[in-house]
Design a protein around this ligand. Structure first.
Ligand SMILES: CC(C)(COP(=O)(O)OP(=O)(O)OC[C@H]1O[C@@H](n2cnc3c(N)ncnc32)[C@H](O)[C@@H]1O)[C@@H](O)C(=O)NCCC(=O)NCCS
Ligand SMILES: Nc1ncnc2c1ncn2[C@@H]1O[C@H](COP(=O)(O)OP(=O)(O)OP(=O)(O)O)[C@@H](O)[C@H]1O
Length: 203
């Protein structure tokens, strides 16, 4: 049986991971591309070596991994550096995602979700049966990331500038989840959106 593949996307602090957790709790396998991306730089190995070769020894921490804070300051201010980092990380992420997808299929799942921050930016829409976007007011997104992750407003602004706009998400996603209320409401909206997306795909 063919696997139904749903793409879940959204900009920094929109609530993608929170929606992913809600779907996961309902038993849907969700592959976290950000987590696979972090693993490339957080585990000493070929990804770290390639990043050091491109960006310099000063980005290597005493633990042998990459100083992602320092790298974030560089790549969210320099599009060429960001493209180089993506070239190092994203093919490795693709391999890890394919392996996780094979495991989901082997476990008998018929549906898999990719929690994929750069789905639209990388023109990956065509890989999915449906794309669900999470939107939230810009002010709330910034406030949540500053409050919950200890980031600065400037950091969030740099990331926002590197990501698709809300208008782009509205234009290109098949379904949207508006995360402008509390977590209970988000839970209801997230479940409704996935059910509707799957119902629409049903033969
Ligand atoms: C630049 C890095 C080192 C910053 O690490 P840091 O721990 O500060 O941030 P984190 O990974 O949690 O990401 C913060 C926010 O930026 C977003 N983001 C990450 N990379 C990118 C990118 N290339 N373009 C736009 N947004 C991005 C994330 O989705 C998230 O919303 C890291 O994000 C990274 O390695 N990025 C390149 C790989 C990539 O593109 N990953 C995302 C898709 S799989
Ligand atoms: N409805 C909500 N009410 C309160 N806090 C929320 C709500 N939705 C998400 N949050 C919190 O806001 C922060 C950002 O949410 P989340 O991590 O899900 O975003 P994300 O889209 O995955 O962001 P990123 O791409 O940066 O990883 C988290 O700390 C999360 O717990």
């Amino acid at each position: 049986m063919d696997l139904t593949r749903i793409g879940l996307t959204g900009g920094i602090g929109a609530g993608k991971s929170t929606v992913a957790d809600i779907w996961r709790a309902d038993g849907v396998p969700v592959i976290d591309l950000d987590a696979h991306s972090r693993a490339v730089l957080d585990v000493p190995g070929p990804g770290v070596e390639e990043a050091v070769a491109r960006f310099g020894e000063e980005f290597r921490l005493p633990t042998g991994t990459i100083d992602r804070g320092a790298l974030a300051a560089l790549v969210f201010a320099d599009a060429a550096a960001r493209a180089d980092l993506e070239a190092i990380v994203l093919s490795r992420v693709d391999d890890a995602v394919a392996a996780e997808e094979r495991a989901a299929r082997a476990a008998g799942h018929a549906v898999v979700v990719h929690d994929s921050p750069l789905l639209l930016e990388k023109e990956r829409d065509g890989d999915y049966d449906a794309v669900v976007g999470v939107l939230a007011p810009r002010r709330e997104r910034i406030a949540r990331v500053v409050r919950d992750r200890g980031r600065t407003v400037e950091y969030v602004a740099g990331v926002l500038a590197a990501q698709a706009s809300d208008l782009e998400r509205i234009r290109r996603c098949d379904r949207l989840i508006l995360n402008n209320a509390g977590r209970t409401v988000l839970g209801e909206r997230a479940r409704r959106a996935l059910a509707a997306a799957l119902a629409e795909l049903a033969p």
